[in-house]
Design a protein around this ligand. Structure first.
Ligand SMILES: [Mg+2]
Length: 308
């Protein structure tokens, strides 16, 4: 009797494992970046850019007529050379500075200060730039990219897809925007429970060491660092929680270096949402690594890429 029951239990366990495996074979985990991926960072950043530029005029003690031509000239130089105009964090370039208006204004401010020979002490500059960012960021608006609502709806409605947002922004701010976008749609509101904010994707600190330290991209002279421990921890947690392998994970972001380089190296599929500021070397790298990677021109291309 006992023997027969044990056999029954064993067979039940084996069936359950088989079903779970079959289920997990089709299950796909989608990790979305938020700012610049779902939102239109350029549109949202317009009031930030206007106020920040005005502050720069005040700080260097000149009129907008004196400062704005300098600002536009350095902006063009930065846009023409994204590889050498990066976001410096802990003495390493961790992302291009050109892709979103917040990082771009920081790079512009440094060159404007250089031009007018102002605030030459590096530590003073750092404090001043942090102050300018914090003072002006709250002015940013809310603007979603075309088809963002449709994309999120389709992803959430698909039975085999689990959606998360992993972002450097704070969770509350992102949920507030999702609430605006969802306009009472319960399915979309559930994403608010699946947001990992303050992900610190920019933190390069030598871990995890089973990933190469860096990769090189044709057309970019400096390395792209991969060991981003905080970001890895967030991605690994979600992967384990949902019981999938890396090849069942798709990450969608607007900056390859910040959002996609690490998951790509781990074996995930990656979609780069491009805009006019996306560096050419990032586009070229993505195109050369199809089908694991793909450029996303419009958000309605996300679901087909996930299901490919
Ligand atoms: Mg982004």
């Amino acid at each position: 009797m006992i023997k027969r029951r044990t056999g029954k239990v064993r067979s039940l366990v084996l069936t359950t494992i088989k079903q779970t495996e079959e289920k997990n074979m089709t299950k796909r985990l989608v990790v979305l970046d938020f700012d610049g991926t779902i939102t239109d960072a350029e549109e949202e950043g317009k009031p930030f850019v206007a106020s920040y530029s005005n502050d720069l005029c005040l700080l260097v003690g000149k009129t907008p007529e004196d400062v704005m031509p300098v600002l536009r000239s350095v902006e063009a130089k930065i846009a023409a050379d994204p590889g050498n105009n990066g976001w410096l964090y802990n003495k390493l370039i961790v992302a291009p500075a050109t892709v979103d208006p917040y990082l771009r204004m920081r790079a512009i401010a440094l060159r404007v200060f250089d031009h007018f020979k102002m605030f030459m002490n590096p530590s003073d500059r750092d404090s001043l730039l942090n102050f300018l960012y914090k003072r002006n960021y709250p002015l940013s608006g809310v603007a979603f990219k075309k088809d963002s609502l449709q994309m999120l709806r389709e992803l959430c409605a698909h039975k085999d897809i689990i959606v998360y947002v992993v972002t450097n922004s704070d969770t509350a701010g992102v949920c507030k925007k999702i609430t605006t976008l969802s306009a009472g749609n319960d399915e979309l509101m559930r994403i608010c429970d699946q947001v990992i904010g303050d992900a610190k994707k920019y933190l390069v600190d030598g871990r995890p060491d089973h990933v190469a330290e860096s990769i090189t991209l044709p057309g970019l002279e400096r390395p792209v660092y991969l060991r981003r421990s905080a970001y890895f921890k967030a991605l690994e947690y979600l992967r384990e929680l949902n019981g999938v392998n890396w090849d069942a994970v798709t990450v969608i972001g607007d900056i390859f270096e910040l959002d996609l380089a690490l998951p790509f190296a781990l074996g995930a599929r990656v979609g780069l949402v491009i805009n006019k500021f996306t560096p050419k070397y990032e586009r070229d790298f993505i195109t050369a690594n199809s089908p694991q990677a793909s450029c996303i021109n419009l958000l309605n291309e996300v679901l087909p890429f996930v299901l490919q």
